[in-house]
Design a protein around this ligand. Sequence first.
Ligand SMILES: CC(C)(COP(=O)(O)OP(=O)(O)OC[C@H]1O[C@@H](n2cnc3c(N)ncnc32)[C@H](O)[C@@H]1OP(=O)(O)O)[C@@H](O)C(=O)NCCC(=O)NCCS
Length: 173
Amino acid sequence: MDAPPLIRTLTATDATAYRALRLQALRDHPEAFGASHEDEAARSLEMTAKRLNDGPLNCVFGAFSGDELIGTAGFVVPDRSAKSRHKGLLVGVHVAPERRGQGLARALVSAVIAHARAHVVLLQAAVGVDNAPALRLYESLGFRRYGLEDKALRVDGVFIDEALIVLYFAGDT
Ligand SMILES: CC(C)(COP(=O)(O)OP(=O)(O)OC[C@H]1O[C@@H](n2cnc3c(N)ncnc32)[C@H](O)[C@@H]1OP(=O)(O)O)[C@@H](O)C(=O)NCCC(=O)NCCS
């Protein structure tokens, strides 16, 4: 029997695998991510490695099957100024197509939540309003909707509205 997937934070040594999976995600699901394939492809491997070496306020969790990276979920505190550093953002949730439906995204996002709980008061995310799998996942983990960003993204001339969702950690609601 195969060993269960391992979830751990990525380091600079994972940069090549992370970049490949991320480029696949951006190519296959441009409507699901704020970054574009073009922008990511233009980033050097060194820049990617640097992002993976930026500490607990900007990190990526990966799911591995053996040595193979098969899914990711990221955590970032976008604004570290005194009045905003209590807010974290869940980003870059993606599972390789052939590995979906096995609980990997749930495990990855749960890992981000456990990590975020130690660093911020609330965790926000933005999800395309038509992305039912992601919305269902996040809502099952306790996120709730607090807003809607009309025309949040424009992908090949098509506007995507995003649901704004948030998870408050105990005692801080
Ligand atoms: C969304 C995504 C990350 C889910 O990954 P996954 O590993 O297949 O998800 P899981 O197996 O952990 O499923 C967790 C929950 O998500 C929801 N879900 C997953 N796939 C679903 C689907 N096809 N339809 C409806 N709900 C779905 C369910 O609530 C599921 O819980 P359940 O199995 O108890 O019903 C994956 O489909 C993906 O990578 N999509 C493309 C990128 C993307 O949209 N990322 C999110 C950006 S905000």
